[in-house]
Design a protein around this ligand. Structure first.
Ligand SMILES: [Zn+2]
Length: 175
């Protein structure tokens, strides 16, 4: 137990020691977006949780966070090389190309499920910085598994459809 505790403390200390950097300025395509104000306390807590609960190096995500925006259901947002319609099925989206998180309104830092959605998208940033993935869906199983773990630590049940998530995470067989 003491070994575990010292690991946790050193991880947290390492995360706390990292510097913050200013986000990149917005381009013309971003004018309609609403930058999300995420407190540094919440961001630090989520990054610290990822550091403790995975073997990934979170330093790049911590020092240079992805951009985080709010958007409404029905909005069309820049995504990868094109645009994405934010349909009613989406709680959030991670645009790997821009390292950008879109959180769909309504979203509140006081709602643990909403916070877990932000955690999920930050996990995607960490996942892609740390390793290559065979297809865009492959990181989902781990991201949902970690989100479920975070929720269960809050006493909440995710009710995720694990069969659908497993299918989403399974890359198409290459020819
Ligand atoms: Zn995801």
């Amino acid at each position: 137990m003491s070994v575990l505790i010292s690991c946790l403390v050193s991880c947290l200390t390492a995360v706390a020691a990292m510097a913050e950097t200013a986000p990149a300025p917005l381009g013309p395509e971003d004018e309609a977006l609403c930058p999300a104000e995420i407190s540094s306390e919440l961001f630090d807590a989520l990054i610290g949780w990822i550091a403790i609960n995975t073997s990934y190096d979170v330093s790049q995500t911590y020092r240079s966070p992805p951009e985080i925006f709010f958007c409404d259901t029905g909005a069309i947002v820049p995504y990868d090389e094109g645009e994405l319609l934010v349909d009613t099925m989406l709680d959030a989206v991670f645009d790997l190309r821009r390292r950008r998180v879109y959180l769909v309104f309504p979203w509140s830092p006081d709602d643990d499920f909403d916070v877990s959605v932000l955690l999920h998208e930050l996990i995607h940033d960490v996942q892609h910085i740390n390793r290559d993935w065979d297809c865009i869906g492959e990181p989902e199983l781990e991201a949902y598994w970690l989100q479920d773990k975070w929720l269960s630590e809050k006493g909440l049940v995710s009710n995720f459809n694990w069969l659908a998530i497993l299918q989403l995470s399974t890359c198409p067989k290459s020819e």
